[in-house]
Structures are given as C-alpha cells and as structure tokens.
Ligand binder design. Structure first.
Ligand SMILES: Cc1cc2nc3c(=O)[nH]c(=O)nc-3n(C[C@H](O)[C@H](O)[C@H](O)COP(=O)(O)OP(=O)(O)OC[C@H]3O[C@@H](n4cnc5c(N)ncnc54)[C@H](O)[C@@H]3O)c2cc1C
Length: 464
C-alpha cells in the first residue's frame, strides 16, 4: 500500500471542502483534496447559488434592514429551536469573515432576495459553478493537490484513538494519506444513499433522488464507525417544488412565495404555503402521488425572474412543465385535478384574502410572515405540478463550533473535523435558504484557519 503525507486531508470538493482546502493551501499548508467522483463540486454546483449573510454591502445598498439578531431568530424559528445555538452563533460571528473572503476570491453577489425561512432579503445569489471553478483554480495556484476519483473508504487512527489520516480507494488500488493537522470530512449529505435513507427516513424514499452523484453518506458512516454522535436525523426532508420529470438540471419553482396556492389531486389545499419549502416537502408526501400543484394567475406569472433559480418560469415553460388556461376548470383538466373542487378552493381562498378573514390553513403571508396575500383572479391561470425533490439531508455528525467531531459520550474525536452538509445540529427541524452554502464557506474557512494556527505556518492569518 502506498502512503502519502500532507498537513491536511480534505474529503469532498463541495463548497465546504473546497473553501477549507483553498484557504488552508493559501495559508501555507500542504493540502490534499480527495474527491470520490470524476467531477468536482458535489451538490454545490447543482445548487441555486444563494448564500445567506446579514449586514452586507448589498443589503445596505438596497436599504434592506437586517441584523444578526433577526437572522438568529429566523434560523431558530425555522429550525423549531432544535438547532444548536453554539453552531448558530459560530455562523453569525464568522459570517463577515467568510463573506469578505469569498469576495476577495472573486465571488460576486449579483442579487439579494428574501427566500424560504427569512424575514429580510438575506439570500445573496452567485454564479455558483463559476464560484467553485474559481476557488478550485486558486487551490491549484496555492499548490494544493487534488485527487479525483479517490473515494475515502476508512479513517486511520493511532493507538490513542486520534484520527491521523484516511484510506482512499481508486481504480489504481488503495493509498493511505497521513495528515498531520487532521482529516476534514466534507462529503455532503446522503440524498443518493438509499441504505441510510432506509434507516433514518424511509418515507423520504418517495421523493425524487437528487444532489451530488457521490453523496451516499460515506463520511457519516466513517465517523459513525468511530463512535460519532449524530443530530437532526429525524428531520430529513425533500424540498417541495420540482416537476415529477425533473432531470439532472435543477428545476424548482417557488411560485407559492409569490402568491400561488398548492392543491392536491382533489383540488384542495393541504398546508400553509408560506412555510419553509422543506416543511412543504414533508407535507406533500402525504398527498396522492406525492403531488402538489401550484396554482396562480397572470399577476404572479408576471413576477417571473428569468435566470434566477426558483423564480424562472420561462425556463420551466420551455421544458413544457408549466401549463396555462383561460379558466380554472380547463386548467384542472390539463393537469388532472378535480376542477369543481379547484374552483371552490380558489373562491374560498380569494374570499378570505379579500375580506381579511382567517385563512382556513392559517396562511397569513406569502413567505414566512412577509408579503401580503393576493387573490387568484386574473386569467390566464397557471399550474405547475410538483413533487418533493431530495436535494439535501441536513443532518449528520455532531460537531463543536470548531467543527471537531464529537462522539456519543460528548468527547471530541481528536484529529477529526466535519463541515458542510454532513454535519447535524445546525439547521434543526428545517432549513433557511442560503445557510447551507453559507455554513460550508464559514466553517470551511474556520477549519482552515485553525489548522494553519495549529501548524504555525507563518502566513496563517492570510486564511482569515
Ligand atoms: C438543487 C439544489 C439547490 C440548492 N440550492 C441551495 C442554495 O441556493 N443555497 C444553499 O445554501 N443551499 C442550497 N442547496 C444545498 C447546498 O447546495 C448543499 O447543502 C451544499 O452545497 C453542500 O455542500 P457540501 O460541501 O457539504 O457538499 P457537496 O457540495 O455535496 O460536496 C460533497 C462532495 O463530497 C464527495 N464525496 C462523497 N463521499 C466521498 C468520499 N467517500 N470520498 C471523497 N469524496 C466524497 C461528493 O462526491 C461531493 O463532490 C441546494 C442543493 C441542491 C441539490
């Protein structure tokens, strides 16, 4: 067996692993980045590219009022107070450093938006594939080593239980990488890991599998084998809003945050549409065929934002997945739902909105308490049939705010770090848009800074 040494071994090349690898290499560490698949970027390069940050230049330019206090409150409310406050505070305390680090590394935040779980415009959009290509190029320039198609299969420990490296498998056989400053697991979630899904969330097997091709939960299993504790395992949920025939390209529409309602095959609403799309993802699985049809009118259609993920109705129309008709009855017939019931549902909804009376499902806003409800009245009417897409799992190993993996007795497993989607305890019951890319960058940068400090590289401060 071949053995290689490095200062830091990073497993997985998504936003978390790539940020850690680039920052550590730039701080002077000898870094190996191991990626299981031929392509870099995992779920990250398939994502909408939204990062959640508060108190930014972009927010100030638009006069958007936001604060770390409001951000914290939103994350806790979305997570139903199940999230670990220490991790949330770590995010908020370090977000400014990561935001500036990304900008210094060429990232442009081209638009800000309010999205799922937010009560201020806090999602900052990026061209994520370019972001990742740029970060990887800077890793190369800083002397980092990338091993593609090298799957980490085992963690290596010494006699004291410290993690000293990992075994990587490739078509050439296995190599051991010994890493002086530890191993960083950044292997993403297990959206494609049916075995883990069977164990933790079997009902979610009904959602459409999505996310990075290599995301089968390898990192979680390797840490589990060493006794790692876990968090949020019962909150796995797909994201509501993708056409049943969605392909490899990310297709998701959140017309419900612009004023649409969601109905089942019986033409009835079944949940408060202003909730997190993860919560909606859970709710829709109880409906016939796991289907929820977004129904809206010409006014909402006019709010489409071409080129912007979740809001691009033109793109969805070009795929033939968005239907329209002059009447609700015709529309119902096209998409195979009960027309009479749909007419009644829309009439009841419109009455409640117009009269300002309580909605039968408790909906009070467009999205998470923000935005006035609007009636569905102006033809043509539109329908987008959608299911839950298994984009992310957002649960996994427990960590300290310094990303050290903690075992089932609350003890740190020395030498082992976890960042990104493989971590549990951050989101709690549901997720706020932008906090996954955000936490990947924030904790990735932090882990790199810590490794650089431990190793005493002269330019360790450069990572921050
Ligand atoms: C369609 C979609 C849209 C999304 N939109 C957003 C958004 O706008 N904002 C947001 O915050 N979040 C979004 N998310 C979620 C977010 O993209 C992910 O949670 C995040 O990118 C995960 O980053 P990561 O670095 O932890 O993992 P990933 O980006 O998934 O990277 C993990 C990498 O590890 C590799 N790997 C796995 N096992 C091994 C192994 N054994 N050895 C070596 N490598 C391994 C994988 O192949 C993969 O490349 C979206 C997700 C999807 C799917």
């Amino acid at each position: 067996m071949t053995t290689r040494t490095a200062d830091l071994l990073v497993l997985g090349s998504g936003i978390a692993g790539q940020t850690a690898a680039t920052a550590a290499a730039e701080a002077g560490l000898d870094v190996i980045l191991a990626e299981k698949t031929a392509d870099l970027g995992g779920s990250t390069v398939m994502s909408g590219g939204w990062f959640a940050f508060s108190d930014t230049e972009e927010q100030r330019e638009e006069g958007e009022e936001d604060s770390t206090e409001l951000f914290l409150k939103d994350m806790q409310e979305v997570g139903e107070f199940r999230n670990d406050p220490a991790l949330l505070h770590a995010y908020l305390d370090r977000q400014d450093a990561a935001y500036h680090w990304l900008k210094e590394h060429g990232v442009q935040f081209r638009e800000i938006e309010i999205s799922s779980g937010q009560s201020a415009k806090r999602s900052h959009n990026t061209a994520i594939t370019e972001v990742m290509a740029g970060l990887h190029e800077q890793f190369d320039t800083a002397g980092g080593t990338t091993l593609r198609e090298h799957r980490a299969v085992r963690l290596i420990t010494d006699a004291s239980g410290r993690v000293t490296g990992a075994t990587l498998a490739s078509s050439d056989g296995e190599i051991d990488v010994i890493a002086r400053q530890g191993v960083v697991i950044a292997t993403g979630g297990f959206t494609r890991g049916n075995e883990l899904m069977e164990i933790f969330a079997p009902e979610q097997l009904a959602a459409i599998p999505f996310g990075g091709k290599g995301n089968t939960g390898d990192g979680l299993r390797m840490a589990w084998k060493l006794g790692a504790d876990m968090a949020d395992m019962s909150f796995v949920s797909g994201t509501y809003g993708s056409h049943p025939e969605t392909g490899h390209v990310h297709e998701l529409l959140t017309a419900y945050y612009m004023g649409a309602i969601i109905v089942n095959r019986a033409g009835e609403r079944f949940t408060d549409e202003s909730q997190s799309y993860k919560t909606l993802g859970r709710a829709v699985l109880d409906e016939e065929d796991g289907l929820g049809v977004q129904i809206f009118d010409a006014d909402v259609r006019a709010k489409s934002h071409p080129g912007i993920p979740l809001k691009d109705m033109e793109a969805i129309e070009s795929l033939g997945h968005l239907h329209h008709a002059d009447t609700l009855e015709e529309l119902a017939e096209i998409v195979g739902i009960d027309g009479n019931q749909l007419v009644q549902t829309v009439a009841r909804y419109n009455r409640a909105v117009a009269d300002g009376t309580a909605d039968e499902l408790g909906r009070e806003s467009l999205c998470n308490g923000i935005g006035e409800l609007r009636t569905i009245t102006k033809a043509p009417f539109y329908a987008y049939p959608a299911k839950s897409l298994m984009t992310t799992t957002y649960c996994g190993v427990k960590v300290t705010p310094d990303a050290e993996v903690v075992d089932v007795e609350g003890e740190v497993i020395p030498g082992l770090y976890a960042i990104g989607e493989v971590v549990g305890g951050f989101h709690g019951a549901a997720y706020m848009t932008g906090t996954s890319l955000g936490k990947g960058a924030i904790f990735g940068l932090h882990v790199a800074c810590q490794a650089a400090e431990r190793s005493g590289t002269s330019d360790a401060g450069a990572a921050a």
